[in-house]
Design a protein around this ligand. Structure first.
Ligand code: NAD
Length: 450
């Protein structure tokens, strides 16, 4: 069916009219006011003042093709779907370290003083609310700006009150949350996470299996706030919270922003598979000197990260379908905390591949990236798209946002999709679908048939 046909036109206008407009102000709350969150907030303010461009953000810079290639319709995504305007964003955060966003940005060392100084007044006003924080889940950090409560449920109820107060204080229409806090120690989903009743009982008896990130997720969902999980810890990725999100009509997504090395993996591995080239091994190592690197230096937090990083290649390459190419490849990931590098991570990848008649070849990647510079536009896109999803009536896992995650959440019966290009197609087709436009299959035969 063509978008230009009469039937499709009315389908398209009815799809559009059922999406609530982005009126009023949108609050963006980040648990965590560290390197990623401050780089994100400072960047948005810098763009609003005309000092920077939103580089790396699909919501601000990408176009989307609509209809046939001969139609020449490729609007900007932000002109195609009703997204909140940057001028309508209001920021808030929780952090166990009481530094305001200006101090936190200076300490993070991502942005240069010449970029921070013009924004100093704005950043100074963003002060973190006391966090739900327990040093047993992030052993390398100690913070005093923390909430007190008898039970985990009490703490989560305080988070709910914070959300309501934030909304009232800033006269917000809607709120979304993006977890930008530290990676917690590894927790496997258990009976405490199976149903919402079990989850709530576990909060009440202070069960160790309920980590702070889960309390933020529960509080957000209860307040109707979409929740995006930028770290690899479970948080919303449990049956209990997935069900709660559906019951309360709240979009959720995760896990772990796909920024540097893993992003590269999801570009290169689909390329190898597309050419049916084999993989013998992939060795990845990183040196990183920011607070995230320090937290990940703890084996328990690193295990959470490692799980998230390791799953990528397996799912893209599908060794069970292509045993001759990908059975038993060796995949090693290391992160080494090395303070002199600060936020400017260096990653090395050695990729041992093989081709025709089994001849070995190697690819070396040396990526000198800036983690938070890559993560900041992801935070913006996730916030704006999740708000859009909610206004469009979507709820539960937003698989179309897999594009942004290392370890994408998917329905229990489904393999997550890791291939960056499939993820991009899924994202754009979801936008077309929600706006009543035809899907683009890239078949293209119609251009050659008379
Ligand atoms: N930078 C990237 O490219 C990237 C990529 C993927 C994932 N991540 C994840 O994003 C998160 C943030 O990264 P970062 O570089 O900003 O780290 P960071 O250490 O600079 O900031 C994290 C902040 O979270 C705070 N925090 C810890 N526990 C908290 C809690 N329970 N509630 C509220 N705040 C809490 C810390 O005090 C700190 O200020 C990390 O989990 C990291 O693994 C980052």
């Amino acid at each position: 069916m063509q978008a230009s046909s009469k039937g499709s036109k009315s389908a398209s206008s009815s799809a559009r009219s059922s999406i609530r407009p982005a009126t009023g102000k949108l609050g963006i709350l980040t648990p965590g006011l560290g390197a990623v969150a401050t780089t994100f907030i400072a960047g948005v303010e810098s763009i609003r003042r005309g000092l920077s461009k939103p580089i790396g953000s699909l919501t601000q810079m990408a176009t989307i093709r609509l209809g046939k290639r001969t139609d020449n319709r490729s609007p900007l995504i932000k002109d195609f779907i009703p997204l909140a305007e940057l001028d309508d964003l209001v920021f808030g955060a929780w952090d166990p370290i009481a530094d305001d966003a200006l101090t936190a940005a200076c300490k993070a060392g991502v942005l240069e003083q010449r970029h921070i100084e013009p924004l100093a007044d704005f950043l100074r006003e963003i002060k973190p609310m006391p966090a739900v924080f327990d040093n047993r889940y992030v052993t390398r950090l100690h913070g005093e700006n923390v909430k007190r409560g008898k039970t985990k449920r009490d703490l989560a109820e305080q988070l709910r009150q914070d959300i309501r107060d934030f909304k009232t204080k800033h006269r917000l229409d809607r709120v979304v949350a993006v977890w930008c806090a530290s990676t917690e120690t590894y927790i496997k989903a258990g009976p405490q996470h199976a149903t919402i009743e079990q989850f709530e009982k576990a909060m009440e008896r202070n069960d160790d299996a309920i980590a702070p990130s889960m309390l933020y997720a529960w509080a957000c969902i209860m307040e109707g706030v979409p929740y995006c999980n930028g770290a690899p810890n479970l948080a919303v990725d449990t049956p209990a919270l997935m069900q709660l999100a559906i019951d309360r009509g709240v979009p959720i997504s995760g896990k772990d922003f796909k920024t540097g090395q893993t992003w590269m993996k999801t570009v290169i591995a689909p390329g190898l598979k597309a050419r049916m080239l084999g993989l013998a091994g992939w060795y990845s190592t990183n040196i990183l000197g920011n607070r995230d690197g320090e937290v990940l230096d703890d084996p328990a937090s690193f295990k959470t990260k490692e799980e998230s990083k390791l799953s990528v290649l397996h799912t893209v390459l599908q060794p069970e379908i292509y045993p001759d190419l990908y059975k038993d490849f060796s995949h090693v990931v290391r992160i080494n905390y090395y303070p002199p590098r600060g936020d400017n991570k260096e990653g090395w990848d050695n990729i041992d591949i093989f081709g025709w008649m089994g001849y070995p070849m190697q690819i070396k990647v040396n990526f000198l990236c800036r983690d938070s510079i890559l993560a900041a536009p992801i935070v913006l896109d996730l916030a704006l798209f999740s708000d859009f999803a909610q206004r469009a009536g979507l709820k539960g896992i937003q698989e179309w946002l897999s594009f942004y995650y290392k370890s994408p959440m998917a329905a229990p019966a489904l393999q997550p999709e890791h291939d960056l290009f499939i993820q991009q197609t899924k994202l754009k087709n979801t936008l077309r679908h929600l706006m009543g436009e035809e899907q683009i299959t890239h078949l293209g035969l119609e251009y050659y048939q008379s």
